[in-house]
Design a protein around this ligand. Structure first.
Ligand SMILES: Cc1cc2nc3c(=O)[nH]c(=O)nc-3n(C[C@H](O)[C@H](O)[C@H](O)COP(=O)(O)OP(=O)(O)OC[C@H]3O[C@@H](n4cnc5c(N)ncnc54)[C@H](O)[C@@H]3O)c2cc1C
Length: 502
């Protein structure tokens, strides 16, 4: 392809959801000095999906990279800190009905060895403490409703994500992008015009404006107007791995002490999120419409939240779970829901958005618009999707619930990637996850610690059996030392409420 950077070229972004405005900010910042012209077109009539309130630490990297301080964006977006995610009722194994998934962080190296030792011993059948929560500082901070930012006397950084109002983040990023020169057109695109070679040439709006461009970024949401509808890039569904295709959303009032974690509770036909913002709690039930009607899902969620008979209005959403075959095709890059979506259990969508946009920018800087550059980029983004999918799928196939067909069929589902099967096999065989994943070159978006938390958190262990006292695995970790270490570390963190006063 002949298009080259740098040059006086024009980029047109279709869609003003979080993906569109993240793309606009990343591109204008990276290419501001190259005379690039960026236009974002969005339709107020269509609107945005309006959900997506939890992030991984990747969002912090994004805001840091564009030079926006937390004190600038967090109060405006009603944002809070997220230490990690608590999973409730996914496992029925006694003692393992709930566990916490922290973000991998430096300070963990002081306790992770003991965690690995005990989970290893427990996999040999030794009776030791092998539930993750007592080993991780972030779990303690979440439990105490403390924020993740330490006082100055504590020289360690603890990884964290955010909770935020998705609509307000979009507004914030829109304002910033426009101030930096991104043109904003509010109109509905009715027709996409192509060149004889099949590239996208222009977008015709309902105001009869023809928006021409050299390169197009499809951020049109689940519609995939450019990448799927126009360019006909095939969509690969993940429905056989992940059954959930719907969600119902209901807000509740915030509590006096603001929570510092996402809570994900297994329900009859899916799971419910609880996301604390500064002005409200966001709640949603992600479920499979093959097992449960939208009315039943809403009733179940209302009952859980004590909102039966209340006038609080629910929003119902459909989800298309899977990914496009190639994210960059011809002169079009797909970012956000248009490129694919993995259900929001680990809040990974904006992670994939940021990775996609910055990988694209870096690829262009290094390889320009070469075929090789594009193929490498598409392979990496696809791998990113597959690796996240494996981790999410593991939550379902390992569940031990027996209360509905939904959970039984999830537990029996054999549509599992080779990669995931290998990880589960390593765990069952009592081998070291980190060593084996490295040696066998099993790529994963998640660290061995994350996998260990998931598998240990579910109590995925054999029965306890007597082992000789001189068995190497029977050496006891002193849990009171671990408890003391975590407790004393936690004294260096203020309450979440205090940390939100900027
Ligand atoms: C139930 C649910 C829960 C989620 N939870 C999380 C979470 O916790 N964490 C997370 O990271 N992500 C989450 N996500 C995903 C997250 O919401 C999205 O990744 C994110 O909001 C980006 O969406 P988007 O910008 O791609 O699409 P959208 O928000 O749908 O935006 C699409 C844009 O395209 C415009 N558009 C479409 N067609 C046209 C047209 N013809 N003409 C003009 N404009 C057009 C629309 O007006 C809109 O501006 C969740 C998603 C769902 C469904």
């Amino acid at each position: 392809m002949s298009l080259e950077l740098p040059a006086d070229k024009s980029i047109v972004i279709l869609g003003g959801g979080t993906a569109g405005w993240i793309s606009a900010n990343a591109m204008i910042d990276s290419w501001a000095d190259k005379g690039l012209d960026i236009t974002l077109v969005e339709s107020p009539d269509i609107g945005t999906v309006g959900v997506g309130e939890g992030s991984t630490p990747r969002l912090k990297i994004f805001f840091d990279r564009i030079g926006v301080a937390e004190s600038e964006w967090m109060p405006r977006c009603k944002a809070t800190y997220k230490n990690g995610i608590s999973f409730v009722n996914w496992s029925t194994r006694p003692g393992f009905e709930r566990y916490f998934h922290p973000f991998a962080t430096n300070i963990d190296k002081h306790t992770a060895t003991a965690f690995y030792f005990n989970t290893h011993a427990r996999r040999q059948g030794v009776d030791v403490h092998a539930h993750p929560d007592r080993f991780f500082l972030s779990a303690k901070l979440a439990e105490n409703r403390q924020g993740p930012k330490p006082n100055e006397n504590f020289p360690f950084f603890v990884e964290y994500g955010y909770h935020f109002d998705a609509h307000l983040v979009g507004e914030f990023l829109k304002e910033r992008a426009k101030a930096r020169g991104v043109k904003h057109v509010q109109a509905k695109v009715l027709e996409v015009k192509q060149t004889p070679a099949g590239d996208i040439a222009s977008l015709l709006t309902d105001q009869e404006e023809l928006i021409e461009g050299d390169f197009f970024v499809d951020c049109s949401g689940f519609r995939g107007t450019l990448i799927q509808q126009t360019l006909q890039v095939p969509f690969l569904s993940f429905a056989e791995n992940l059954f959930n295709d719907s969600a119902v959303v209901l807000p509740t009032e915030q509590e006096a002490k603001i929570g510092a974690q996402t809570v994900s509770t297994a329900m009859k036909y899916g799971w419910a999120w609880e996301i604390p913002l500064t002005h409200r709690i966001g709640n949603g039930y992600v479920y499979s419409s093959s097992f449960c009607s939208s009315d039943d899902a809403e009733t179940e969620l209302r009952a859980t939240l004590g909102l039966l008979g209340s006038g609080v209005e629910a929003r119902h959403l459909k989800m298309k779970v899977g990914r496009v075959e190639t994210h960059w095709h011809k002169n079009c890059l797909a970012v956000g829901l248009s490129q694919g979506f993995i259900e929001p259990l680990e809040a990974t969508a904006l992670n994939l958005v940021c990775n996609t946009v910055y990988d694209f920018i870096d690829t262009l800087e290094a390889a320009d618009f070469s075929d090789e550059g594009r193929e490498g980029f598409n392979d990496r983004v696809n791998m990113g999707f597959e690796k996240v999918r494996d981790y999410i799928v593991a939550h379902y196939i390992m569940n031990s619930r027996d209360d509905t067909d939904y959970w039984r069929q999830n537990g029996e589902n054999r549509h599992v990637s080779d990669r995931l099967q290998k990880i589960l096999q390593i765990w069952k065989e009592g081998k070291s996850l980190s060593q084996e994943m490295e040696q066998q070159q099993i790529p994963s978006s998640y660290t061995a610690t994350s996998w260990c938390c998931l598998l240990a958190g579910y109590g995925f262990y054999p029965d306890i059996r007597p082992v000789p006292v001189d068995h190497p695995a029977s050496r006891k970790v002193d849990m009171s030392e671990i408890d003391d270490f975590i407790r004393r570390c936690s004294l260096n963190f203020r309450s979440h409420n205090e940390q939100l006063c900027f």
